[in-house]
Design a protein around this ligand. Structure first.
Ligand SMILES: Cc1cc2nc3c(=O)[nH]c(=O)nc-3n(C[C@H](O)[C@H](O)[C@H](O)COP(=O)(O)O)c2cc1C
Ligand SMILES: CC(C)CC(=O)C(=O)O
Length: 371
């Protein structure tokens, strides 16, 4: 931690990343930044954005630029969401409480992970206290535990704590092989736990470390389970980690309200398709079903406002941002995350103005050409 720092000196996500990289212990840095195996997909996620150029329009009144969207049927100020990421306390002692407050203050929807280092109830309270206008939603991301009793109890807790949607991550039947984690024997430092799981089983708090958490993913998870979650909760369900059109159709059939096109930031299947490359065919499949109100989000490799512009132009409803949030949290805690969100929001509105788009609906597909 090097607080206090003047966050306004950071002009890009890369500026914060540079400082965070210098500051983090090697095993934490390795965990945050790495992709699986050869990291081909990690790089492909970035390359996919560079394949598109913006074919911009001029002489449009952009004296007001409006980034509001509809998300799961409600108005949200920005299409930028905070992706669910494990173990925020590795980046900053306030952990998820800081990132949640930053999201609420910035009007950015927040997705709390099952593998948070603070209990989901405390994250909800921190978020709500900062969400003064009540205008910004928070969602909960579920890792399905082999012990379905634990899974049910986590869903029920998320429901009771007022999370508005359940994001079921479906691309981790087993852990991807992240070589730096294997080499560093990555684990959580003493005193830090996967807090939501720790509470699920009495008296076992200290057992709920990384190795335990990673061993609990249920490799037998299938489409049928989604229907059973539907019965447990009133929350709409999104599936995170979809890259195929046919899987998007299965998600619709299973009663999901949306999908996040994602390859987990290149951390699971190496050589998997880049998430931006997967987006159009998922959208085509969903359109063929005329599933009005089914929201398609995308994540992976978003580092600039123009990346968000491109994702929206291809048809995404919204985007999730991962690692940049951890860089901000490392450098400046809550203020660092606020700064990352500010930078991306600012870049997005600037690119919209320069491309002749006063609102999100005007960011259309024809504004992209191959680079
Ligand atoms: C350190 C780290 C931890 C993550 N933990 C989770 C998690 O707990 N649940 C989940 O669904 N995705 C998790 N992800 C994946 C992110 O939600 C997201 O899909 C990915 O980071 C997006 O790519 P980006 O980092 O390039 O923006 C994690 C990613 C990182 C980098
Ligand atoms: C423990 C992991 C499954 C958390 C995660 O999703 C990740 O590190 O990418």
């Amino acid at each position: 931690m090097i607080e206090p720092l003047d966050m306004s000196t950071f002009l890009t996500v890369r500026d914060l990343e540079r400082v965070a990289r210098a500051e983090l212990p090697p095993s934490t840095l390795g965990y945050f930044k790495s992709g699986a195996e050869s990291q081909t997909t990690l790089r492909a996620n970035r390359r996919a954005f560079r394949k598109w150029a913006i074919d911009y329009r001029v002489m449009v009144d952009v004296s007001r630029v409006d980034t509001r969207i509809r998300l799961l049927g409600r108005d949200v100020a920005t299409p930028i969401l905070i992706a669910p990421m494990a173990y925020h306390c590795l980046a900053h002692p306030d952990g998820e409480l800081a990132s949640a407050r930053a999201a609420a203050k910035s009007g950015a929807p927040y997705v709390a992970t099952t593998l948070a280092t603070k209990p989901l109830e405390e994250i909800a309270t921190a978020f709500d206290a900062a969400n003064t206008a009540g205008a910004t939603p928070r969602w909960f991301q579920l890792y399905v535990n082999k012990d379905r009793g634990i899974t049910r109890s986590i869903i029920e807790r998320a429901d009771a704590a007022g999370y508005e949607a359940l994001v079921v991550t479906v691309d981790v039947p087993v852990m991807g092989r992240r070589l730096s984690d294997l080499r560093n024997a990555f684990t959580l430092p003493p005193g830090m736990t996967a807090a939501n799981l720790a509470d699920a089983v009495q008296g076992a708090k200290n057992a709920y470390h990384h190795a335990y958490a990673t061993g609990r993913h249920d490799p037998s998870l299938t489409w049928r389970d989604i229907a059973s979650f539907r019965e447990i909760t009133r929350m709409p369900i999104l599936l995170k980690g979809i890259v195929r059109g046919d899987d998007a159709l299965r998600a619709i059939d299973a009663g999901a309200s949306g999908v996040v096109v994602s390859n987990h930031g290149g951390r699971q299947l190496d050589n998997a398709i880049a998430s931006l490359d997967a987006l159009p065919r998922v959208l085509d499949a969903v359109a063929s079903r005329q599933a009005a109100g089914f929201d398609v989000l995308v994540d992976g490799g978003i580092r600039w406002g123009t990346d968000i512009f491109k994702a929206l132009a291809l048809g995404a409803r919204a985007v999730m941002v991962g690692r940049p949030i951890l860089w901000g949290l490392t450098v400046g805690g809550e203020a660092g995350v606020v700064r990352v969100l500010q930078i991306l929001q600012n870049e997005l509105t600037t690119s919209m103005a320069l491309a002749g788009c006063p609102d999100i609906a005007s960011i259309t597909r024809d504004l992209l050409v191959p680079a």
